[in-house]
Structures are given as C-alpha cells and as structure tokens.
Design a protein around this ligand. Structure first.
Ligand code: AMP
Ligand code: MG
Length: 379
C-alpha cells in the first residue's frame, strides 16, 4: 500500500476511502437484457392525431380517440381519416405520423393541418431504444433510481432498499447533561445522528460511553441491530483513548487508523464481524468532516450504489495558509460559487463549523486568493 513519504504512518484520504470501499460487500446488478423491443410498438410521442403522412395536408375526418394503454386495432387509418391520440398510445394500423394538437384546427370531426407531416413525425418507433435481447446493463452495474426503473420496465422489480441502520455513540467521561465548567455536553452524538439521518440512514443515538475499556468492549460486542457504529472520541494518543486497543483485543480488522488530513488525523475504521466501526475523532470539526467523507462512502457501498463524489469546486476569495504537513480542510462561506474563508480556530471550533457552508481543500503550502480548489459542502 502506498503511504505518504513525509508521513509514513498516515494514509492519504483517497486510499482510506478505497480501503473502506474494498472491505465492504457491494451488491451490484446482474446483467440485464431487453425482454422485448422498447418500445414494443410504434407509439405517439405527443398528444395529437395519428394519420397517414402520404396524404399531405389534406383535411381528415376523426374516427375516434386512442389513449395510452388502448388496443390500437380498434381503428384503421385510411386515406382521409385520422385518430385522435394521446402520448404513449400505440399507433393505429395505417398511421405513420403524429401531428401535435398545437398544429391542428378541429371543427367537430374534421381537422385541418397547419403542417405537412413527414413519416415518423412525433413517433417513438418500435425498438428505437432497444431490441429484444440487447444488453441494457452489464453485470456489476451499481444501483441507481434510473436502473431500478429499467429493471421494473423489464418486469424484474428490485425490492426497495432498506435504510442502513447506523448506531451513534460518543465516548468520553467529560460528557454529561448538566456540565460543570470542566465538563461538556455531548454535541457530537446529536450532530452525527442528524448527519446520518440526512444521508439516508436509520439512526439509533445511544447514550455516551465512558472512557473505560470494559464498557467500550461491552458496547462493541452488543451493538444491537445496526450495520455501522459511528463513535466519536477515544481514537488518538491520549491515555484515555482506548478504542483502537479495545477493537484489536476483540479481534477486529483495522482497515486504517490515522489519515493524512487536517483536521481528523486520528480517524479509524474497523470491521468487527459484520459491524463497520467508524471511529471518528472527538473534536467536533474532525468528527463532522470525517463522517461527511466516510459515511456516504460506506452507505453507498452497502446499498450497491456507485461511490459518491462529495467534492465541488470553488474559487477562494482570500488566501489560506497551510504551514502543516497534511492537506487542510478550511471552513468557508459559499457565496455564488465563491469560497470565502472563515477565521477558523481549528478542530475544536464548533462555532465556526456551524457557520460554515463548505470546507476548502488547501494543499500543503497554502493557496492564494483567486485559486480554484475543491470543497466539501456541509450537509
Ligand atoms: P478525544 O478524541 O476523545 O481525545 O476528544 C478530543 C476533544 O473532543 C476533547 O476536547 C473532547 O472533550 C472533545 N469531545 C469528545 N467527544 C465529544 C462529544 N461527543 N461532543 C463534544 N466534544 C467532544
Ligand atoms: Mg475522549
């Protein structure tokens, strides 16, 4: 595995995302072939009248109306006749063109044309989208809503994808409901629960866990009915940062621990049996940004969707320094596609996090005003 030279123990972000992707099962679609021509008959593409183009602009007499789903054999279009037809209805025998209602004048059952029809006008011809047996989707295609529709069209409806169940548990002895000045409330728990809900997960917000290896191990061994556990805190180098060792002690597979990103270096991902543990750092900005990077990736993979690309691009309205040795995500306001850097005070700065619209990617050395860079938009 490629590690960065200046930080041999820190995994670059794309590789961390790739490792997470590769470690999770990704259900994909089987090969899909057309069971019949699409469309299976010539169809009207507009509301209007179906007629023979060979008769030019001659007036026509209306025989009746065909709606989508009607059997077209009810009528036969002959010289001097036409059939009123609605979008999606099959063309009656004899007709080869549609003249839209906007291009007609109707008096009783007589119509005059304002245009000269050509064969095939406003007709979706049989098989013009696909022929019977044609390959529609190769095996291994990720799921999306349009592909679900294509399967449904072929009579192969997929079951609705159940929401992935995500548990959220903060860690830290300092987290209490009514804090003394040396304690704090759990803000990460509600934040991550809200983010997971917005990203489409079914969320269970748990009470915060103490910094106690036995309590952490018990929570990990009895996670309840969830597929992903989002923890925050306890993954860095402090003496109370027990999560990595507890996971290892339980025989978990550590996918990665520590990534090349500021903020959010201590990020950990592990598999404990089927349970994916995303061990987010405790600082709110780090927890938020890592959840925004890794949770959509995990959800997409587990749901069989394509890997999401959370990045947008914007131009910086002011220079941002980065004297560190990791890429920096810097809080910004987003105004008409421009990134206005905020005076962020680092990874503990929940106030600036709550004011930010996006986080700009700042390479080592910093970026000048006017430079375009990618950014993560806050959800
Ligand atoms: P840790 O990663 O556990 O060392 O925590 C890093 C910092 O984030 C510490 O200042 C913690 O108090 C703070 N922190 C940890 N968990 C939370 C939480 N759930 N809500 C708010 N702040 C937290
Ligand atoms: Mg802690």
């Amino acid at each position: 595995m490629a590690m960065s030279c200046d930080h041999p123990d820190l995994l670059p972000l794309p590789e961390a995302l790739g490792r997470l992707w590769a470690a999770l099962p990704g259900p994909t679609l089987a090969e899909l072939r057309a069971g019949r021509d699409d469309p299976a008959t010539d169809r009207a593409a507009m509301d209007g009248v179906a007629l023979r183009s060979a008769d030019g602009r001659a007036p026509r007499r209306l025989l009746g109306t065909l709606f989508a789903g009607d059997d077209p054999a009810t009528f036969a279009v002959t010289p001097g006749t036409a059939v009123r037809i609605m979008t999606g209805a099959a063309l009656p025998p004899g007709a080869d063109a549609i003249v839209p209602v906007e291009q007609l004048e109707t008096e009783g059952t007589q119509i005059q044309l304002r245009v000269t029809p050509d064969p095939g006008d406003h007709v979706r011809s049989r098989g013009d989208q696909a022929r019977t047996g044609e390959l529609l989707l190769p095996a291994g295609t990720p799921r999306n809503a349009a592909r679900v529709a294509l399967l449904a069209q072929e009579g192969l409806a997929l079951p609705a994808q159940p929401r992935i169940r995500v548990g959220v548990a903060s860690t830290g002895n300092e987290l209490v409901a009514s804090p003394a000045p040396y304690q704090i409330r759990d803000s990460n728990g509600p934040m991550l629960a809200e983010l997971a809900r917005v990203l489409g997960a079914e969320v269970q917000l748990r009470p915060a866990l103490p910094d106690d290896p036995a309590a952490l191990a018990a929570a990990l061994l009895n996670p309840g009915d969830i597929r992903i556990l989002l923890t925050s805190g306890g993954v860095s180098m402090g003496e109370h940062d027990h999560l990595p060792a507890v996971l290892e002690g339980l025989g978990a597979t550590i996918l990665f621990h520590k990534i090349r990103l500021k903020p959010g270096k201590p990020m950990l991902a592990a598999l404990l049996g089927d349970l994916l543990v995303l061990g987010l750092p405790g600082n709110p900005v780090s927890a938020y940004l890592n959840a925004l990077l890794f949770l959509p990736q995990a959800l997409a993979r587990l749901e069989g969707r394509a890997a999401p690309d959370p990045w947008r691009r914007g131009r910086l309205t002011a220079a941002v320094k980065n004297k560190g040795d990791r890429p920096l995500l810097h809080p910004c306001r987003l105004r008409e596609g421009q990134l206005e850097p905020l005076p962020g005070k680092g990874s503990a700065d929940l106030v600036t996090l709550a004011q930010a619209d996006a986080f700009a990617w700042i390479e080592q050395g910093g970026l000048e005003a006017g430079v375009k860079t990618r950014c993560l938009v806050v959800v």
